[in-house]
Design a protein around this ligand. Structure first.
Ligand code: ADP
Length: 186
């Protein structure tokens, strides 16, 4: 199973991703987690990424693509994976398509978690991560709208997009996600 999971910041994607990778025994590839880990090791890449993350801006495509390309070569990805937070731009999506075409392992589906914009701000503001200050949250929402939302059409055109309602309890949302993804489980 190779899945892309898309949703705005604050949609609860991370929570659902954890549960879904557990249910299907696939790898969880969260670019946000990878970048925070890189930042914490104070590596060159981590320091560079942090400049963008702490401003709520997207990290440049070349950095993120290098990280993901390396991660996709790890053996645990052979069982399938859920991409959480990647791709976030059309350029990233096109590169991913190319990489997967070369490997002969296309995506099975793209799952969108839909949450009304007015719910997102409050959820993020209540979370307390370093990049959860009001100005940075606003910038992350703008980045989502301008750079990531176009992916919905991109994947819709490929007939890969499935959208679920991201409001309700964690359990309700999980059941909705599983109902969609069960079709692709072996
Ligand atoms: P959220 O979805 O709550 O904004 P993430 O943990 O997914 O949080 O990402 C945190 C930050 O990491 C983003 O604001 C961005 O700066 C950076 N980031 C994560 N994934 C990507 C990506 N695919 N492309 C560019 N930047 C990314």
């Amino acid at each position: 199973m190779r899945i892309v999971f898309i949703g705005p910041p604050g949609a609860g994607k991370g929570t659902q991703a954890e549960r879904l990778v557990g249910a299907y025994e696939i790898a969880h590839l969260s670019t946000g987690d990878m970048l925070r880990a890189a930042r914490d090791t104070q590596s060159e890449v981590g320091r560079k990424a942090d400049e963008y993350m702490s401003a709520g801006e997207l990290v440049p495509d070349d950095i993120i693509i290098a990280i993901i390309a390396e991660r996709l070569r790890e053996p645990d990805c052979e069982n399938g994976y859920l991409l959480d937070g990647f791709p976030r731009t059309i350029a990233q999506a096109e590169t991913l398509d190319q990489m997967l075409a070369e490997k002969g392992t296309p995506l099975d589906t793209v799952l969108e978690l839909k949450v009304p914009e007015e719910d997102l701000f409050d959820r993020l503001a209540g979370r307390g991560r370093a990049d959860d200050t009001p100005d940075v949250i606003r910038q992350r929402l703008v980045a989502y709208r301008e750079q990531t939302e176009p992916l919905l059409k991109y994947y819709g055109n490929q007939d890969l997009l499935k959208s679920i309602d991201g409001t309700g309890t964690i359990e309700q949302i999980f059941v909705r996600a599983k109902t969609v993804l069960d079709e692709f489980a072996d």
